[in-house]
Design a protein around this ligand. Structure first.
Ligand code: FES
Length: 136
């Protein structure tokens, strides 16, 4: 192996090691923060949820994504893609949830719009009382 080949292989190997944690983290499966039949609450005045002050804003809490759909309503869905468990992202410009791993797409009801996912995202009930959002 000459010097050029060595640096070429070292660069490729280093790149793989550099990005591996990102890829593996994105594909990690995790359980929902809400146990089956359970209830959770969030304080909407918390700075962690500042993005929810505006319609179209969204935030994550554990394995759910919370989307402010109107001035009075919130949508709460599992953020875990039903294909292989990657975390979906929300594209507010088209109001769709997109999985970065294999391209599955869901609407804001959690319904699959594009595979490879076959099952809908779990949707939770969200109610607001004062500044508290209750999810169940
Ligand atoms: S894990 Fe989401 S499309 Fe494959």
């Amino acid at each position: 192996m000459n010097r050029k080949d060595f640096f070429k292989k070292a660069f490729i190997g280093g790149s793989v090691l550099l990005f591996a944690p990102t890829v593996f983290t994105a594909c990690t499966k995790a359980s929902d923060i809400l146990p089956s039949g359970g209830t959770g609450t969030i304080d909407l005045t918390s700075s962690a949820y500042a993005s929810l002050k505006n319609v179209g804003g969204y935030a994550y809490n554990g394995n759910v994504i919370i989307i402010r759909s109107s001035t009075t309503n919130y949508i709460v869905l599992s953020s875990i893609c039903t294909h292989q468990g990657c975390t979906v992202g929300y594209d507010s410009s088209v109001k769709k949830l997109v999985c970065p791993c294999h391209g599955a797409m869901y609407n804001t009801n959690g319904t699959v719009l594009q595979g490879p996912a076959q099952s809908s995202l779990t949707q939770y009930t969200a109610t607001v009382t004062g500044t508290t959002l209750t999810i169940k």
